[in-house]
Design a protein around this ligand. Structure first.
Ligand code: FPP
Length: 249
């Protein structure tokens, strides 16, 4: 986490500290288009994307937001060209190795959510190391959805609960929202308050389908490598103008 914020180091004065989203979820979209617009290979967009993510994580910490969850790699992303998939896997591994000491020092607790067993062995080892090294940290929670799919997550929770019913450990009637949530990858996390997607796409793309049920959605046309604290400020400002009703009148 070496990227230095140039602006908005502190929480901007017109944001209400009492009404900050506690958990922000982000689809970091547009790396490829950003690179193409500059006449650069797509992977350069991903490299810039890492710097933007580092500053967003630090910004959340600076402003007092407790959890950030980002979509780094979806179950559908395996369909990309092999060279890009391999680049991303290596990038995740390299970034984890490079940033771990700083995350430990800055009290970040990192957690990966998704079907991690299907990732390259060396990346799994780096993930295990990072999660173990930051497990007791009590600062910001940083969750990285990797080989993550919302439908797959729901299905694996269904299977786990069905097995418990089959073995007579629970009755079907005991399955409620609370029990179901505890069988998701995000079992130890509150649902996000604010969901941000960059690059103008109005889709959830299989991200946190259960958890986003009552989350406020903010879409910006900005491509991820151009996202910054100013943009984040705008998203939170917009969020704070809304009245969250959770189905009530
Ligand atoms: C979407 O842009 C971006 C990704 C699939 C990868 C995002 C990953 C990072 C920013 C690195 C995160 C690193 C760690 C260690 C958490 P796109 O390629 O879909 O862009 P496009 O829609 O313009 O093609």
């Amino acid at each position: 986490m070496t990227a230095k914020p140039t602006v908005l180091h502190e929480l901007p004065a017109d944001l209400d500290r009492e009404k900050l989203p506690q958990h922000v979820a982000v689809i970091m979209d547009g790396n490829g288009r950003w690179a193409r617009n500059q006449g650069l290979p797509r992977i350069v967009g991903h490299q810039h994307g890492v710097d933007v993510l580092k500053d967003l994580l630090r910004c959340c910490r600076d402003w007092g937001i407790q959890a950030l969850t980002v979509y780094a790699f979806s179950t559908e992303n395996w369909k990309r060209p092999l060279s890009e998939v391999e680049f991303l896997m290596t990038l995740f591994e390299r970034v984890l190795r490079r940033e771990l000491d700083e995350m430990v020092a800055e009290d970040v607790r990192i957690q990966f959510v998704g079907n991690l067993q299907a990732l390259p062995r060396s990346l799994q080892e780096e993930i295990d190391r990072a999660m173990a090294a930051t497990r007791d940290n009590r600062g910001i929670r940083f969750n990285v959805a990797t080989n993550y799919g919302g439908r797959q997550e729901i299905l694996q929770a269904c299977r786990a609960l069905a097995r418990q019913v089959q073995h007579g450990q629970i009755q079907p009637e005991e399955i409620d929202e609370n029990l179901f949530s505890r069988h998701l990858y995000t079992s130890n996390l509150e649902d996000p308050d604010l969901f941000i997607r960059t690059s103008g796409e109005m889709r959830l793309s299989n991200f946190l389908l259960w958890q986003l049920a009552y989350t406020e959605i903010y879409v910006t046309d900005t491509l991820w490598p151009d996202f910054n604290r100013q943009e984040f400020y705008r998203a939170i400002y917009n969020y704070q103008q809304r009245h969250r009703r959770f189905g009530k009148v």
